[in-house]
Design a binder for this molecule. Structure first.
Ligand SMILES: *Cc1c(COP(=O)(O)O)cnc(C)c1O
Length: 523
């Protein structure tokens, strides 16, 4: 039994009955199998004709390489097909509903793409003379003004490149502010429902992290938090709306208490899409908050794709924000402030987050999104996102247990747990079963405070028909898990790969491809 080399199918994958022709591909209709590039390419092949170029050797002096680098070669069409086939095995927001909680996988309007591809934005280089990029700087500045107005804050650091990077920026501002007043506080308080990046950020910046428990309602326990405040507490990091999909109603009281104790308030604003246009974090006493442009303002993300995490800052923290930043002058021209200048507006910057100005492609997309919605449209975004999430919560609460349904309406995401499933069945089985129904699973086992958590964020861009179909599919899979349907334990059945051993994958990851003979020898 053999498979032709182009295919990723291997006999142990089965699924084709008794006799398999030597050229069996493993393809299922137009769903194509694909092998690793190391399996299909050979070091003797190349897709490019490189003329012998003696000047190359001259240019490199005696540094040119003499041995083979062992990379697999393919012809151009083979290369194109390889990557296109792999790309077709991805799930994408452009293919279907993507219910990942906390990740805000909303539709990305094509208008944003059109704007971002305009040569004046797409082709600028960060080292161009400032007078040749006035338009780009105007975009950064215009977006900065929108973010300040939408959040009711005093300043904004535009350079951080993702949410977690923004968290680091905000915490470094807090650290710089404490240093400036000679107050070396060491502890950051983080609620136990926090996104994992929050404690990681605080620890990375050199703080000790202490957890604050949640109430039975799923919100920060204000009494416990107040009791813990003291001269060693640098600040708190609170996600609002939180990762249970609930608004922290005590936010103003939390801020006041933290400020009275000499600390700062960091808000994880990744869920800003639930409140944009409705709540201004500045009114809640927040000192620093990152905004995930790629979530709230709809830019393609995921799979490590580009992000952008500007941080809005209070008046107290703004002086410590990072360089560079744009400055608009009375004559309408923009400059970039690249260095600290004593006595100027930005005298005590903690330094830089990035080499240049941040994510230009994200800035243009986010500004296109904001301007095409306008202030009223953005408020509608938040309202519809919350409406959709509550529709899911109420439609499924009879099938799955919703641990905080008694706390009132949810914000932009609906949270369920695994109570009531048959013995031996878990959230993982429901997630795998959903794949067979054609859905990317929701976020599972997060937040950690809820057993077997399933967190569903529909976003405002899904229609009622889409939500109804998803509710039907998830409801059916959940009923199977409650009835103990054994076929669910081995789902997915229809995906290109069956259920993987996730424990082995985490504990004994195989990160390097080896020729099969070598792999056997290495074991
Ligand atoms: C997505 C998210 C983050 C991290 O943002 P990245 O852009 O992925 O770094 C932090 N906190 C919350 C609540 C999030 O949802």
């Amino acid at each position: 039994m053999n498979s032709i080399k182009q295919s990723g199918w291997k006999p142990e994958m089965g699924g084709v009955g008794e006799s398999v022709p030597a050229t069996y591909t493993g393809n299922k209709a137009l769903m194509l199998e694909e092998a690793l590039i190391f399996e299909i390419g050979t070091t003797e092949t190349t897709g490019v004709d490189l003329a012998d170029a003696p000047q190359v050797a001259t240019r490199l002096g005696n540094l040119e390489r003499h041995s083979d680098i062992g990379l697999p070669g393919l012809s151009e069409p083979e290369t194109v097909r390889h990557y296109t086939r792999l790309s077709r095995q991805n799930y994408a927001i452009d293919l279907g509903f993507f219910p990942l909680g906390s990740c805000t996988m909303k539709h990305n309007p094509r208008l944003n793409e059109k704007v971002a591809r305009m040569a004046g934005f797409a082709d600028v280089h960060p080292l161009q003379p400032v007078e040749t990029v006035q338009g780009a700087l105007a975009v950064i500045n215009e977006l900065a003004v929108w973010l300040i107005q939408l959040t009711g804050m005093y300043g904004v650091a535009m350079t951080p490149k993702a949410g977690a990077h923004g968290e680091l920026c905000g915490i470094l501002c807090i650290k710089a502010a404490l240093e400036a007043r000679g107050d070396p506080r060491s502890v950051i308080l983080v609620p136990e429902s926090a996104h994992g990046t929050n404690p990681a950020t605080a620890a990375f910046a050199g703080f000790l992290v202490e957890n604050i428990p949640a109430t039975s309602e799923g919100r920060v326990d204000l009494a416990v938090l107040k009791a813990r405040l003291g001269p060693d507490v640098a600040g708190v990091m609170i996600t609002n709306p939180n990762t249970c999909g609930l608004f922290e109603r005590d936010m103003r009281a939390i801020s006041d208490a933290v400020h009275a104790a000499g600390g700062y308030v960091y808000c994880d604003g990744a869920n800003f899409n639930a409140i944009v246009g409705r709540v201004r974090p500045g009114d809640l006493g927040i000192d620093a908050m990152h905004i995930n442009l790629h979530k709230t303002f709809s830019t393609p993300h995921g799979g490590g794709g580009p992000g952008s995490g500007p941080v809005v800052l209070s008046q107290a923290l703004s002086p410590y924000g990072p360089l560079p930043f744009t400055e608009r002058h009375a004559d309408g021209n923009y400059t970039l402030v690249e260095e600290e200048t004593a006595g100027e507006r930005h005298p005590r910057s903690f330094g830089r987050m990035t080499a240049f100005h941040g994510q230009m492609g994200m800035f243009t997309r986010a500004l296109a999104y904001i301007m095409s919605h306008g202030a009223n449209g953005l408020r509608q975004v938040a309202e519809d996102a919350v409406l959709n999430a509550n529709y899911i919560l109420r439609s499924l609460e009879d099938v799955l247990e919703a641990p905080f349904a008694h706390s009132g309406p949810c914000m932009h995401e609906a949270l369920f747990n695994d109570n009531g499933l048959a013995e031996g069945f878990s959230t993982l089985d429901i997630a795998k079963g959903l794949i067979d129904e054609g859905y990317h699973p929701m976020t599972v086992y997060f937040p950690l405070v809820v057993h077997g958590a399933m967190l569903i964020e529909p976003t405002e861009t899904e229609s009622k028909a889409t939500l109804d179909q998803f509710i039907g599919a998830l409801g059916r899979v959940a009923e199977r898990a409650k009835a103990g349907d054994p076929s669910l334990k081995s789902a997915p059945h229809h995906a290109p790969r069956r259920r993987l051993d996730e424990t082995q994958a985490a504990r004994k990851p195989v990160l390097v491809w080896r020729e099969p003979e070598q792999a056997v020898a290495a074991e």
